[in-house]
Design a protein around this ligand. Structure first.
Ligand code: G16
Length: 523
């Protein structure tokens, strides 16, 4: 076939460094940008084949999200805007690691296994973040698409959730919105205006909103290094505001990550103490709001909150025992949370790091829509149904989206007349700490029970159990990161002794899982 000759020729321009092996991780391939050119070309090929298979548009986002500026990565987006399925993650890993001379064979294997009709048209949407490496890497993706005769549309600089949204719009023939960046802003901003039309917004944000607004934007990419001492991950993990930003007491602030799919809120009080409102606090506020509206609307819909092992114990306790909401725990990675959330009428999913959204089943959306249009219901039920309908429209259901989440949180606070301090006091977080440990090969750690227990290396879980026993209300777990070459350690306890527990667990990882470099030091 002519395409295959073209691939041989073009792939030679995107050669694979000998011996390099990369895995499709928590959210695609991610490593130093210098090692990724061949991966991008190959993901262009794979997205084209996936598009032929699904007879739909596929998305490819060039970003390393929260990682340092010098890294880059790639995320594949499936037809409805969700992350690519797990069996295709395996194809991606195989294609990425095939030696240069075996690339065609690896590609043909996938085509054969998936019974792809190669005469089917293919369509791929490509986006990129602001990293300096992203321009040439996204060109490599486009080269891969054209090598297989696929059509591509290069959206250039977009957020990851915008690309997810556009793929979904395209494949639903515009039902979800218009597949342009302008269409994205119009959809979510109009929904926000509708949702808040009866309340006064005292402090709000955003460019395309035609409401009274006041926003101050920092670290917007015009200078400095992406995510360097700022961004949602820095603020969450370090539990402090971005470096160099002056915050007045009580001021409501939020930080996005490098591709704007995560958001965390924070403020400092009059004593200068920093308060973080992370994904768990957002999940609580959003699910409380939705549950109240469902009750007012008289709709019997099943609502659940999906979390990961990183969820603060206080949040889970509050959701289960005070709010009486069903809580489910999955492995890290929004793709896992998304799938579990789809099992409910209303599935609120958030990772503690601020990555999350809300999913409404088709049936739930229809019931809400019917009620909102029903002329025979009382005012209270009608009002709740209308609020629910507008809430649905403000949410990007394809993936966690910092902009859409921010609009939702801003709207809820305005509607409930709540300050960030009042939101913060819904429950009190258990003190907690996250650390990273460098090991020779992080794959020596295998976990089970939604990553809450380590199965290997031998003795590690026992060591963690013994350390946890020394503290009150304590919990700790370790897991290999799927985006960075580190092992992550999480600990929480009734006091900030969580720091000491996290350090002791880090030492156990260092000693039992092949730590490299200096031993972890106490905080
Ligand atoms: C990605 C995933 C998140 C995950 C995070 C960290 O986020 O989308 O679901 O929580 O990586 O993963 P890990 O602990 O495995 O490194 P992002 O914002 O970096 O794309």
């Amino acid at each position: 076939m002519a395409e295959f000759q073209e691939i041989s020729k073009l792939s030679a321009l995107h050669p694979k460094p000998a011996g390099l092996v990369l895995q499709y991780g928590t959210s695609g391939f991610r490593t130093n940008a210098k090692q990724l050119d061949h991966i991008m070309f190959r993901m262009g090929l794979l997205a084209t084949v996936r598009s032929k298979k699904t007879k739909a548009t596929i998305g490819v986002m060039v970003t390393a999200s929260h990682n340092p500026e010098e890294d880059n990565g790639v995320k594949l987006v499936d037809p409805m805007g969700e992350m690519v399925t797990q069996d295709w993650e395996e194809h991606a890993t195989q294609l990425a690691n095939a030696d240069q001379e075996d690339l065609l064979t690896a590609l043909k294997n996938i085509i054969e296994k998936e019974a792809i009709n190669m005469s089917q048209e293919a369509n791929v949407f490509v986006g990129k973040d602001t990293r300096s490496s992203s321009a040439s890497l996204s060109q490599a993706v486009l080269d891969g698409v054209s090598a297989l005769g696929g059509h591509s549309k290069d959206y250039g600089l977009v957020t990851t959730p915008q690309l997810h949204y556009m793929v979904c719009c395209q494949n639903t023939q515009g039902k979800y919105g218009e597949a342009t960046v302008e269409g994205y802003y119009t959809k979510f901003c109009q929904a926000f205006i509708q949702l808040t039309k009866n309340v006064r917004i005292t402090l709000c944000l955003f460019v395309h909103l035609k409401k009274e607004l006041q926003i101050s934007l920092n670290n917007d990419g015009s200078k400095g290094r992406l995510n360097h001492q700022c961004g949602a991950d820095y603020v969450k993990v370090q539990q402090k505001p971005p470096t160099g930003i002056k915050i007045n007491p009580g001021e409501r602030c939020c930080s996005f990550d490098g591709d704007a799919d995560r958001i965390v809120y924070y403020y400092t009080d009059s004593e200068g103490t920093f308060h973080l409102l992370d994904g768990d606090k957002m999940a609580t506020l959003i699910s409380t709001f939705l549950k109240e509206l469902l009750t007012q609307a008289g709709l019997d819909l099943k609502i659940a909150v999906v979390q990961t092992a990183y969820a603060n114990g206080s949040s889970t306790h509050y959701l289960e025992n005070t709010m009486k909401v069903l809580v489910r725990c999955t492995k890290t990675g929004v793709k896992h949370l998304h799938h579990v959330a789809q099992e409910f009428d209303v599935g609120v999913y958030f990772e503690a790091n601020g990555h999350g959204t809300v999913l409404f089943s088709k049936a739930a959306e229809e019931k809400i829509q019917q009620l909102a249009e029903d002329t025979n219901v009382n005012d209270e039920r009608k009002k709740a149904a209308l609020l629910l309908r507008n809430t649905i429209n403000v949410i990007n259901q394809t993936v966690g989206d910092a902009i859409s989440d921010m609009l939702l949180i801003e709207a809820i606070l305005a509607i409930k007349g709540m300050t960030i301090q009042q939101w913060d006091t819904i429950y009190t977080d258990l003190p907690n700490r996250q650390l990273k440990v460098k090991v020779a090969d992080r794959r020596v750690i295998d976990t089970t029970d939604a990553e809450r227990r380590a199965v290997t290396p031998a003795g590690l879980q026992e060591a963690i159990d013994n350390l946890v026993k020394k503290y009150r209300q304590a919990r700790s777990f370790v897991r290999p990161s799927g985006t960075e070459d580190v092992v992550r350690v999480y600990a929480e306890a009734d006091t900030q002794s969580a720091d000491a527990l996290a350090h002791e667990v880090s030492l156990a990882v260092y000693r039992l899982a092949g730590g490299v470099g200096d031993e972890p030091k106490p905080l």
